[in-house]
Design a protein. Structure first.
Lengths: 392, 370
């Protein structure tokens, strides 16, 4: 049985370009902070990658701060900006504005600052499609005393693209730092960061076919960040820690490829996305598509459905046995599925939220794979409904 | 045996690890499930049956065996059906067995129902007990290893549940199971056995109940004179048959030790007296559950077991008005309402019921079991 991988939003296969870059650089010895020839060679790799990523995304090289991945970038942006703002303005606690549908890598540091440092947390609501309310953000900004605003570029569960340009414009008007987590958007939609008035943008390598364990925070070079990691003072003292030239080179290769292929890739994904939505809804007439309809408002790789009467984890397990990899939502350490906070905030009840699956497309996805999914689904849903009706 | 689709409940202990391995060896299509029964690792110790370490060990054994593995969240059902029941039973002066309750309500009910609905044929566990196929259906028998036999905690299973249960370890001694785990290279081979209630990993049931239910102080009185001898912080902090830790302020006239012989839930009084007052030879038990054919109005010779590791006692038993009445041919000491009486014929489990009263205790407690 050919396995069908429909969880590209979790992680996707490494691109050959990225693998080649990693293998090549990994033969080199040298710490990018060392002053000798080998060190400078390593540093050269890092700086070339920095320039490459900056060029591809429309920023200056000094904007690129390499990190250990999306979660670290989000933590650095949230805590780093919050602490710097409090220090700069000489008072705390202040308010952090974010949305109820953020990834936990944003939501949890924000809530942590609320619990441990007295930050006031304002969670902007979304409409039923998962689009953040601009009005709520504007109202919060008008009230004042805002440390920062953090709103994701596109949601990881339901693919809803957020009005980040408008939010960035509002923040600029009120002179408030704006961070956006663009982990899911990179490689799916054009970022053109030169046109965005953001203070910090999170990107991650492995979501676009680079290696896991490397990412970047793209920052406004004049913005102040209090470091989260203190140490050797790398990355302009914003992020200490020995740089990983092989992974950084591979990350840059993945950015280069995914940005250059963006139009073609996006168009191919859109076609598959529409095919998948119609295949699933005709295989299971009761299935409900969550989030915006395929189109401008939604990432081209994302589909997300509720199958009323089913438990998501039963569906996942049965589809797994049928050769299909997909996702229910965020899982905790012990692997216990929680109802998605994203779906709950969009107004779904807990039962429907638990009855949901995400199928996310990527390179290697095909109509044949989607057909295999559509073929398996009716039986799987029927079984999961039976299991759902006996669950206590 | 034909090839079955089996859910193997993997606690992360050595027994369920070997049970799962054996199911795989027998050619069944096995999926490993770890039951998340509580959401918190209550105090970071690895002894409870539902900690993150155990979930990880179960996952690693499943990896080694090359079978799919998932965590099923039954924490809500466990809290409602087992923990809430545990609290309220103690609060009402009874002594429940949560492992039995978990088998009845969770492992062989909620989990089994879900497994069957998902298209599986059976649930396998690492319990030490044996399933045999008799003329009238499936029979539950004691395990070969008398020290490990767990048929008592499975005495709440019905014919239907037994027909969909597999206990691959019942024909072996525990020591051989450990050796087998070692030979198979399972990382759980040297894990210590768990003896405690999984949600009370430190074994301090009284302390746990005090935290859950709050102090409900009352008198400790003498069974014969009615004299107040001391105070307790809650009837649920003592058990029938307990002698130590009562802190009696008035010494016995003859200096003889005194035991908890009854609990009066109505007045919140703990009654203490001489050990002879604990001797029981008649049991009235409610809510009987039968593994096979139910007992009728005619008394049948059986053996009765009232605790997980108690010696079975010869008895005659019959059912009247839906209640199970047991005449013990030998006296047993210290039986509390809420305990389960499991009846056997030889090694075969006939059924079980919840002790409501005896010829010694329970006159003051509610006559209706759980």
């Amino acid at each position: 049985m050919q396995r069908v991988y429909l969880d590209h939003a979790a992680t996707t296969q490494m691109l050959p370009q990225a693998r080649a870059a990693w293998l090549q650089v990994s033969q080199q010895v040298g710490n990018a902070s060392s002053l000798h020839t080998s060190g400078r060679a390593a540093r050269r790799v890092v700086e070339s990658a920095r320039e490459s990523i900056a060029e591809d995304l429309g920023m200056r090289p000094s904007a690129v701060i390499f990190t250990g991945g999306g979660t670290e970038s989000d933590n650095l942006a949230i805590k780093g900006l919050y602490w710097a703002r409090c220090a700069q303005l000489g008072k705390s606690p202040r308010t952090i504005v974010t949305s109820a549908i953020e990834h936990h890598a944003v939501l949890d540091p924000v809530l942590w600052l609320g619990e441990h440092e007295g930050a006031v947390v304002e969670l902007a609501n979304t409409d039923a499609q998962g689009c953040v309310s601009l009005v709520e953000i504007e109202r919060a900004l008008v009230r004042g005393d805002i440390a920062l605003v953090s709103i994701m570029w596109a949601n990881n569960e339901i693919g809803a693209i957020q009005p980040v340009h408008e939010i960035a414009g509002l923040c600029q008007k009120f002179d408030v730092p704006f961070h956006t987590d663009a982990v899911q958007a990179l490689g799916q939609v054009p970022l053109n960061l030169g046109d965005l008035d953001a203070t910090a943008v999170t990107i991650s390598s492995h979501k676009i076919g680079g290696p896991v364990g490397v990412g970047a925070l793209l920052v406004d070079p004049i913005a102040k960040f209090t470091p989260v990691l203190h140490g050797g003072g790398q990355e302009r003292e914003i992020r200490s820690g020995t740089l990983d030239p092989a992974s950084i080179a591979a990350f840059a290769a993945a950015v280069r490829y995914s940005v250059s292929e963006l139009d073609e890739h996006g168009a191919a994904l859109r076609e598959l996305q529409e095919y998948l939505v119609s295949a699933v809804t005709s295989a299971v007439p009761g299935a409900i598509l969550n989030g915006p309809l395929p189109g401008e408002a939604r990432l081209p790789n994302n589909t997300h459905f509720s199958f009323p009467g089913c438990e998501g984890d039963s569906l996942l397990m049965l589809l797994d046995a049928a050769g299909i990899d997909c996702a229910t939502g965020s899982a905790c350490t012990a692997g216990i599925p929680e109802p998605s906070h994203v779906l709950l905030s969009m107004g779904l009840d807990e039962k429907t939220a638990r009855a949901s699956l995400r199928f996310s497309l990527g390179r290697g996805s095909s109509k044949e794979g989607i057909d295999q999914l559509a073929q398996a689904l009716p039986g799987v849903v029927e079984r999961a409904q039976r299991a759902g009706s006996v669950s206590v | 045996m034909s090839k079955l689709r089996v859910i193997s409940a993997m606690s992360g202990g050595v027994d369920s690890s070997v049970a799962t391995a054996r199911m795989v060896d027998q050619g069944h299509e096995v999926v490993g499930i770890h039951l998340a029964l509580s959401r918190k690792d209550s105090n970071g110790k690895g002894r409870g049956c539902c900690t993150l370490d155990d979930a990880r060990d179960a996952r690693r054994v499943a990896d080694k065996l090359g079978i799919p593995f998932y965590v099923w969240d039954f924490s809500t059902a466990f809290a409602e059906s087992v923990m809430d029941n545990f609290h309220s039973e103690y609060e009402q002066g009874r002594t429940p067995n949560p492992c039995l309750r978990c088998n009845e309500k969770i492992k062989f009910s909620a989990v089994l129902d879900r497994a069957l609905a998902l298209g599986f044929d059976a649930v396998a566990t690492g319990h030490y007990a044996q399933i045999e196929h008799g003329p009238d259906g499936v029979e539950l028998h004691r395990a070969i290893d008398p020290l490990k036999d767990q048929s008592y905690v499975l005495g709440v299973l019905t014919q239907f549940q037994l027909a969909h249960s597999l206990f691959p370890l019942g024909g072996n001694y525990k020591v051989h199971i450990r050796e087998e785990a070692e030979e198979r290279g399972l990382i759980t081979a040297k894990k210590p056995d768990s003896h405690d209630i999984c949600f009370i990993p430190d074994g301090d049931t009284a302390g746990y109940l005090l935290r859950k239910l709050g102090e409900q102080p009352g008198d400790i009185t003498d069974a014969t004179t009615g004299e107040v001898l001391g105070r307790h912080s809650g009837t649920f902090t003592v058990t029938i048959g307990q002698r130590r830790g009562l802190n009696l302020t008035v010494p016995a006239e003859d200096g003889a030790p005194r035991y908890v012989v009854d609990i009066d839930r109505e007045t919140g009084t703990v009654i203490v007296g001489a050990p002879e007052l604990l001797d029981v030879d008649f049991i009235r038990a409610v809510n009987p559950i039968w593994a096979g054919a139910p007992l009728g109005e005619d008394a049948v010779e059986v053996s009765a077991q009232v605790r997980a590791h108690a010696e079975p006692v010869p008895a005659s038993a019959y059912v009247h008005d839906g209640e199970l009445l047991i005449n013990l041919h030998e006296q047993i000491r210290g039986l509390a309402p809420g305990q389960a009486a499991v009846l056997y014929s030889g090694t075969k489990v006939l059924g079980s019921a919840t002790v409501a009263s005896t010829n010694r205790v329970g006159k003051q407690t509610s006559l209706h079991g759980s």
